[in-house]
Design a binder for this molecule. Structure first.
Ligand code: SF4
Ligand code: SF4
Length: 129
């Protein structure tokens, strides 16, 4: 079967998807990160993640999400995003949701970035939020 061509380039992006408030990490992701850092799973959990209370239909579900840090483009981003290069510093060990995103051949933010860069005639331009 022919593979569909990917129409975005994360290497030219500022990492918008890494600015999402809720970037979920599963137990399997924690295990992978613990192995990557050579740390205990509990230490990875407390140092790099926090618990988020998801309220839906009068029910509360607890989920583990990645911690954030301040950012000059998006206010805050995942702790693991390099603020200057805008690349993931734990690429091989990143959580499953990061591997899957955007789950399609196009990325809406990248389309927007490409459009703005063309308008500004500046290949490195980025809007701030
Ligand atoms: S998936 Fe989209 S928003 Fe995320 S880094 Fe790649 S191009 Fe940027
Ligand atoms: S783990 Fe990496 S890819 Fe995932 S949100 Fe953080 S910086 Fe982005």
């Amino acid at each position: 079967m022919k593979r569909k061509k990917i129409k975005y380039d994360c290497l030219k992006c500022t990492g918008y998807c890494c600015s999402y408030d809720r970037i979920e990490v599963s137990e399997k992701d924690i295990k992978r990160l613990a192995k990557y850092f050579g740390m205990a799973e509990q230490d990875v959990k407390s140092r790099y993640t926090k618990t988020y209370k998801l309220k839906e239909n009068n029910e509360i579900t607890l989920e583990q999400i990645l911690r954030h840090k301040k950012d000059h483009i998006f206010t805050s981003v995942c702790k693991f995003l390099d603020s200057d290069s805008r690349q993931c510093t734990i690429y091989e060990a990143r959580p499953k949701v990061c591997r899957q995103y955007p789950n399609t051949t196009r990325c809406g933010y990248y389309e927007f970035l490409k459009f703005e860069r063309k308008q500004q005639d500046d290949k490195s331009y980025y809007p701030t939020f």
